[in-house]
Design a protein around this ligand. Structure first.
Ligand code: SF4
Length: 399
């Protein structure tokens, strides 16, 4: 398999989504409107720079007309708008403003000589050519001899910080490609155009940073190629995931969306879940009731000077145990307490292994593989059922 930044990022974001898209090759007609708008803006900028190659500087108006034509031609019924308060016209206007701002900022577009537009690159992460990556660079340009700028147009609705961009992988991969394709290049600069914010941000990568990224990427590819389990990883990005109808976290919503009211009420899973929710709310009420009864019994016992109340078949013991409440793990004073016990050499007597935390650490990965294997051999494979009800707003909501 040839990898790309988006493939690897898809795995990092959610292994199940990666499986749906790249292993099962599930078709998806859904397209987020943000991606739809971004594609149209990219196409317009592509046209702008293609014309500039032939010394034609398009004026703004025809570019906006082109944007409108491309938008109308590409529009399809499966463009999804997640933000319900916005309409297609709002996104169209946003994309138009991106083009206008870009045009006014860079006209006459002579900041650097364009070397490539939507430039395809393929490069190897290892000398043997086992781990190959490919991608498309939005624009490659040369501000002066032996210096190359790698441009990327972004229509994201948030502006990343400089630190986040200094750690960005996508353009760093392209830098690796450029270094292989044009080894005489002395300097490579990564340039993002955040079009919604009319911002241009630059970053550079040192050979050491690229080497670290290369090693991390090979390790990630090896992990992907040896993976047998592709778990669903829920995040805010699920709202834009085109595979929701296949995902176990959302499938039921889709399966029941077209049921009639009667079918909906008679659906087995909905019936079971409703029963559980009713019982759980009764359980909460019972807990509150029990707490009140305990307090009343305590008052009664105090009043009567007794410690046991007898009923026909039971006796109820009422007693107060004196205790000291110590600060919890995140409470103030916790580290002072722990430090004192450690200093006095008593830590081993009161500490114990948190096996829940251990399981979580092993699941998250990151520990030495040999150690993890040894630890796993000391445990027993097990699974436990976890069911919890959460409130949700409406039957049709994505979230
Ligand atoms: S909806 Fe979320 S959890 Fe499910 S496959 Fe898509 S990204 Fe993964």
């Amino acid at each position: 398999m040839i990898y790309s930044h988006s493939r690897l990022d898809s795995y990092r974001q959610c292994p199940l989504k990666f499986k749906f898209r790249y292993i099962d090759m599930l078709p998806s007609e859904l397209e987020g409107i943000e991606a739809f708008m971004g594609s149209r803006v990219h196409e317009v900028l592509q046209k702008l720079y293609t014309d500039l190659r032939f010394c034609k500087t398009a004026s703004l108006e025809p570019l906006i007309e082109l944007y409108q034509q491309l938008w109308e031609k590409a529009w399809h019924e499966n463009v999804r708008i997640v933000k319900e308060e916005l309409a297609p016209e709002d996104y169209f206007a946003l994309g138009k403003r991106c083009i206008e701002d870009y045009y006014h900022r860079y006209k006459p577009f002579n900041q650097s000589r364009t070397l490539g537009i939507e430039h395809p690159v393929q490069f190897s992460l290892d000398p043997e050519g086992k781990y190959v990556m490919k991608g498309f660079i939005d624009r490659l340009s040369q501000p002066k001899d032996h210096v190359i700028w790698i441009h990327d147009y972004k229509t994201k609705g948030f502006l990343p910080t400089q630190t986040e961009l200094d750690e960005d992988r996508q353009l760093a991969y392209y830098q690796m490609a450029i270094s292989q394709l044009w080894p005489e290049t002395k300097e490579v600069e990564l340039v993002w155009h955040f079009l919604i914010f009319d911002q241009e941000i630059h970053s550079r990568r040192s050979p050491e940073e690229l080497e670290t990224l290369r090693e991390e990427t090979i390790a990630l590819i090896r992990e992907i190629e040896s993976a047998t389990d592709f778990p669903a990883k829920q995040s805010g990005l699920c709202n834009w995931c085109e595979y929701q109808q296949h995902c176990p976290l959302f499938k039921h919503l889709y399966d029941t969306a077209s049921l009639s009211e009667n079918e909906y009420l008679g659906e087995e899973g909905i019936g079971l879940a409703e029963k559980l929710i009713t019982l759980q709310s009764k359980e909460e009420l019972l807990k509150a009731e029990i707490a009140k009864l305990k307090a009343a019994l305590w008052d009664y016992a105090q009043k009567k000077g007794i410690e046991v109340v007898f009923t026909k078949n039971h006796k109820v013991r009422i007693k107060v145990y004196d205790n000291i409440r110590f600060p919890g793990r995140n409470d103030p004073g916790r580290s002072a307490l722990e430090n004192l016990i450690r200093e006095k050499g008593k830590w081993e007597e009161v500490s114990y292994l948190d096996v829940f935390a251990l399981s979580k650490v092993l699941q998250a990965g990151g520990w030495d593989a040999e150690l993890v294997e040894k630890i796993k051999q000391l445990g027993t494979p097990d699974s436990s059922l976890w069911i919890k009800a959460f409130p949700r707003n409406t039957r049709g909501a994505w979230k």
